[in-house]
Write a protein that binds this ligand. Structure first.
Ligand SMILES: [Zn+2]
Length: 327
């Protein structure tokens, strides 16, 4: 007797599908395991006669590369002002830009959720560098929502973000050793600017009365800021904007604002303002006026050519806005 498996077209189709997804998983895991390593098969190019074309995902990463690279590197940034990296899907032209770049720099720690895989897939043909990959993991905050992963918003602690300067410096020297002295000097100067910025933020936040050091924002981008500079932080949405805020979250946050008499909440340039406005309305319904303290740059910098269009300017703007509203 033949005890063969019944093979309906649907069953064989589903087997084909699961094979395809298994293969996709395999390719993905290979790509992930080779992530960021500069030991892959691409042959070293000679950049002594021309500038390095670097592609960065978010503005903050591009700004580090620009500061360390100086005139030796041209930097293009994929995600401009107001763009949310958690939700960003690469377009076809992005994929072309990635393919044409000499090096790709990204934040890592899953900040660029849907993009990470696309980036890592190109790591055998050019350096693809997660600027946070050398950052001491004991200094990273764990993500409560995503087990086994870290909060990616490390630029909010200036002293932590400064460690990405080292990683970019090393990558550029590996690619273009002839200009090593330029990269070293520029990295050293930029680290000094960042050290001064860290002190500035620390001193400014210290002028807010301790009771008022509560930072309420649209999503959980400010935990590193809170830890570094001594503020309690509450975000309406979680660490990634992929998780939607519910009605319960809005009500809970509103009652916290009322109970603790918090004067102001903040909108973010890369997150729709309606969420935080719902919190404001819920607090008003309970009899408390809560101001919108201003717009903070959380996951994207401001427009190029404005002070907020640089990392240093963005952090200064955030700090000045927070201090003005809460002091
Ligand atoms: Zn974020």
């Amino acid at each position: 007797m033949l005890v063969g498996r019944v093979s309906t077209p649907a069953a064989s189709l589903s087997r084909t599908r699961s094979l395809t997804s298994a293969l996709a998983l395999l390719v993905l895991s290979l790509a992930v395991s080779s992530c960021g390593r500069v030991t892959s098969a691409y042959s070293a190019q000679d950049f002594s006669g021309r500038t390095i074309r670097a592609l960065a995902t978010v503005g903050m990463v591009g700004d580090v590369v620009r500061n360390v690279g100086g005139e030796r590197v041209t930097v293009e940034t994929l995600m401009g002002p107001g763009v949310d990296p958690h939700l960003y899907k690469p377009s076809e032209s992005d994929v072309l830009d990635i393919a044409e770049a000499d090096a790709v720099f990204y934040a890592g720690l899953h900040l660029e959720g849907r993009m990470t895989e696309v980036l890592e897939r190109t790591s055998d043909t050019r350096p693809v560098v997660a600027v946070t990959e050398d950052t001491d993991h004991s200094r990273l905050l764990r993500s409560a929502a995503f087990e086994g992963s870290y909060d990616p918003h490390v630029w909010m602690d200036v002293s932590l973000w400064a460690t990405t300067v080292d990683r970019v410096e090393r990558a550029l020297i590996e690619m273009d050793p002839g200009s090593a002295a330029v990269y070293r000097a520029r990295a050293t100067a930029y680290r000094q600017e960042l050290a001064a910025l860290h002190e500035y933020v620390r001193r400014q936040v210290a002028t807010i009365p301790p009771r008022s050091r509560v930072l309420v924002t649209a999503h959980d981008a400010f935990s590193y800021y809170g830890r570094a500079y001594g503020m309690e932080v509450r975000g309406l949405q979680g660490i990634s904007t992929e998780t939607e805020a519910g009605v319960g979250d809005v009500q809970q946050l509103a009652s916290m604002l009322v109970e603790r008499r918090i004067k102001a909440v903040f909108i973010e340039s890369s997150v729709p303002r309606r969420n935080i406005e719902a919190v404001q309305a819920a607090a008003r319904a309970r009899g408390q006026e809560v101001a919108i303290g201003g717009e903070l740059f959380s996951d994207a910098m401001g427009k190029a050519g404005t002070p907020e269009g640089t990392y240093i300017g963005m952090i200064r703007h955030n700090t000045d806005t927070i201090v003005r509203a809460l002091r």
